[in-house]
Design a protein around this ligand. Structure first.
Ligand code: FYN
Ligand code: ADP
Length: 578
């Protein structure tokens, strides 16, 4: 842009709009996930005009979830842009979830002017957004002057991806966008961030301590977490597993770092290996609720062996993660790529494999559980249940290992996790550390946009309801997303009754035989009503082949499913239940 000076010479000028977009592009940001509205509508148009992909959603939470999972997939910040106040608040759940899951994401929100907010004078959508965001994310900044936009964006990028990745909020008061500065001054103010996520090399003594523990283990176990998937050290991790001969347990989003069919996978022997292991090497995994905090009956709390008899080695980029739940006997602080490389150097190529008694015991339990599962999967009940439907999904994913798999729900989540094997890293995208419902369609949009691969979204019917309107977004961008809604008429199942005997249905049931596929058809996508595994298989195969937006309404027996899936204990049963 330019303005004419008195002399008539045109002094090239730029403005806040352009400086923000230039700063993002300078740092390799290619896509913005968001929603237009006051005060960013023009910014979304300009983003598109300047060559950025502007993926526009129907609700900011879904746009935020898309940005968050884009960060996980790419290991660089996903960017979400929202309007002020309510739009910002809608994005906050995704920003907090990104931070909890260590996904690098930047939430950019327009906001009210400081002078009005600080005097609480009642601006349009007045809110002190920076103060509200700060406790919920890794870092939060505000930019008041156009010439500071370069620094603001640079700080947001570095904060999002350095160390433990997470969510960052960047507050952009409306007046910032229209501020003008000399174009040269503006250009000079921009920062292309150098090495935003520097490697963090582990201390040699930490490596030696870890190897000593591993060397002496009789029943070692490796636990791979989503940090191991995010670190993109796939080959080094595979070499560590195979050279050491140690069984490994992948957490849900770490599935696929090694193929789930790998002979050293202990996934099918989970409740055997956790209490029995004597040395546990955690790689990019936290001993949080998903691993029973490293305590109790899950970890050898049986009478035979009080918990704490096990030794923990933990590789994590966050030093303060150590001892968060139990004593870590060998903390290894650093980035996973550097830590695993150092372990491999220390191991050399003559590492003694674990005792065959341990390897054979794990293999026996694994084989037994897989055989038991195979029996269940072979059944073909009518109506379908979770197992018979997922037996189809399992085949489709095996035949399409590059497809992305999005998964949320209760039973739909738990059964998919244990039935659908993954073969490649960073392909399974699910509810993560919080177990949050509603990530589905946001994740599906970003998975398609970022990977270019077909996306299979396995959705509980309740979970789908949180973000279902985004099927219009999926159709609008003609994304290769195949949504499979596991429709059992309710949150856990469809059979609950109103305990008060009134005419209202129970709080956990939905419209019976809801026709979810019509929602996709409403926007030009393909809708399929599938009542058998054969119909489900045909519809999924066609969706993958055609790459057409597709929603398959998979009719599941409404009596199938348990309250909260495998975490029933977290949903206390009411005494009044008859
Ligand atoms: C696993 N298993 C298998 C296989 N894979 N058997 C046969 N074949 C295969 N391939 C067995 C495994 O050994 C376990 O049996 C069982 O299946 C379950 O395995 P899973 O899912 O790995 O283990 P588990 O105990 O469920 O893990 C605990 C958990 C998990 C908390 C990590 O439940 C989880 O991630 N939950 C997320 C819940 C959530 O966020 N819900 C969303 C909101 S809920 P055993 O070894 O015999 O135990 C809204 O209501
Ligand atoms: P899961 O739920 O799969 O067990 P978590 O989200 O609990 O995984 O844990 C992920 C851990 O990985 C976090 O503690 C985080 O600090 C760590 N992490 C993420 N990226 C890296 C990395 N590149 N190097 C080392 N640790 C990492």
């Amino acid at each position: 842009m330019s303005n004419n000076t008195e002399s008539g010479a045109s002094a090239a000028m730029t403005d806040g709009f352009h400086l923000l977009l230039d700063a993002l592009k300078l740092n390799g940001i290619e896509t913005i996930y968001g929603l237009p509205g006051i005060p960013i509508t023009d910014l979304t148009r300009m983003a598109q005009a300047e060559g950025l992909r502007m993926i526009s959603f129907r609700h900011e939470q879904n746009a935020g979830n898309a940005a968050a999972i884009a960060g996980f997939i790419n290991a660089r910040p996903g960017v979400c842009m929202t309007v002020s106040a309510p739009g910002f608040l809608n994005g906050l759940t995704a920003l907090a979830n990104a931070t909890t899951n260590c996904f690098p994401m930047i939430l950019l929100s327009g906001s009210s002017e400081r002078e009005i907010v600080d005097l609480q004078q009642g601006d349009y959508e007045e809110m002190d957004q920076l103060a509200i965001a700060r406790p919920l994310c890794k870092a939060a900044f505000r930019v008041l002057h156009a010439e500071d936009i370069g620094v603001g964006v640079a700080r947001a990028i570095r904060a999002a991806v350095s160390g433990r990745p997470g969510g960052v909020y960047l507050d952009l008061p409306a007046k910032l966008f229209a501020q003008t500065v000399d174009a040269e001054v503006g250009r000079a103010s921009l920062i292309d961030v150098v090495d935003p996520a520097p490697r963090q090399i582990p201390a040699p003594d930490a490596i030696a301590r870890a190897l000593d523990l591993l060397r002496g283990a009789k029943k070692p176990l490796i636990v791979l977490g989503k940090g191991a998937a995010y670190a993109r050290a796939d080959e080094a991790i595979r070499t560590l597993v195979e050279r050491s001969g140690i069984p490994y347990l992948p957490m849900s989003m770490a599935k696929g770092i090694l193929p789930d069919t790998h002979e050293q996978s202990a996934a099918a022997a989970r409740s055997f290996v956790l209490p029995e292991a004597d040395v546990v090497l955690m790689i990019g995994a936290r001993l949080n609720w998903l691993l029973s905090h490293g305590k109790g009956k899950t970890w050898g709390g049986k009478a035979a062996k009080a918990w704490g008899a096990q030794k923990f080695i933990q590789i994590d980029i966050s030093p303060t993660e150590m001892d968060s739940n139990v004593r870590i006997d060998a903390p290894v602080v650093g980035d996973i790529g550097s830590c695993v490389a150092a372990l491999l150097d220390g191991m050399g190529t003559q590492w003694a494999k674990p005792p065959s008694a341990w390897i054979d015991a794990v293999a026996e339990r694994r084989t037994k559980n897989i055989a038991k599962m195979a029996e269940t999967l072979a059944r073909d009940p009518q109506p379908m249940n979770f197992h018979s439907a997922l037996n189809v999904v399992r085949d489709i994913v095996r035949d399409n290992p590059d497809a992305m798999l999005v998964n949320e729900g209760a039973n739909a989540l738990d059964f998919t996790r244990s039935i659908v094997d993954m073969y490649r890293p960073r392909k399974r995208l699910d509810v993560g550390t919080w177990g949050v419902m509603g990530i589905g369609m946001g994740f599906a949009v970003a998975a398609a946009v970022e990977s270019g691969q077909p996306v299979i979204a396995i959705e509980g019917d309740s979970a789908f309801g949180f973000s279902g309107m985004e099927v219009e977004t999926i159709c609008r961008y003609n994304l290769p997303v195949c949504v499979v809604v596991f429709n059992n008429n309710g949150v856990y199942r469809g059979t609950d009754r109103n305990l008060g005997g009134g005419t209202d249905v129970a709080p956990t049931v939905f419209v019976k035989d809801a026709r979810y596929e019509k929602l996709m058809e409403a926007f030009g996508g393909v809708g399929v009503y599938a009542t058998t595994p054969a119909e489900l298989r045909a519809a999924m195969e066609e969706a993958i082949r055609s790459r057409r937006p597709t929603l398959i309404n998979a009719i599941i027996d409404e009596t199938a499913g348990t309250e909260s899936g495998r975490i029933t204990s977290l949903n206390p049963a009411a005494a009044l239940k008859k």
